[in-house]
Design a protein around this ligand. Sequence first.
Ligand code: NI
Length: 234
Amino acid sequence: MLTIIDALLSPEEVSQFNHALASGPWQEGKISAGSQAAQVKNNEQFDDAHPVACELRNALLYKLAAHPLFMSSALPNHIYPPKFNRYSQGAHYGLHVDSAIMPMPYESRSAHGGTRSMRTDVSATVFLSDPNTYEGGELSIETPFGLQHIKLDAGSVILYPASSLHQVNPVTKGCRVASFFWVESLVRSSEHRATLFDLDQSIQALTLTFGNSNSEVKRLSGVYHNLLRGWASG
Ligand code: NI
């Protein structure tokens, strides 16, 4: 299931992000890739340790946690602190699958000092550049319905199964800035997440029509929670 979240960030917030990122330290993107992915990656990545990165990822996490579509679609258990990348002219990221297990960055580890890792169930990209300012740079994702080419408005987000083969096509003009992160979901199976998402969307729509005191709405809500109880892992 691919989920698009339109306008997670307002145009004002997008400009604040881009302004802050333009001034900061960018590094070679290969340093964050696994050995296989490093061979196909030639973008740049914002220094995660810089205070600007810290401020922006916290702002993003706050917006995500408050967004019903994100919560319903991803059912997050853990969110990897968002990173920021930049593809200038000629940069691309060839076909790959994201690593299944990610060690959490230092500041996100448990208070006990353990080296926590998380499973990646959902991958996410937050587009930050106006699509009219660059050419190429589509996120191409292999799905059961064929290759999907994703290029969203600045401030919008795509969520896709982390098990998907995907690539960022070469940027042929301009510059593409984005944020990316992963979610370990409460529900490991993408099929189960998709079913819960559809059911939740229907319940929301029925609630608008019949109100939340309607007995069938209550019964369906019960079905949702009982499915979630059965499918939640860990
Ligand atoms: Ni990737």
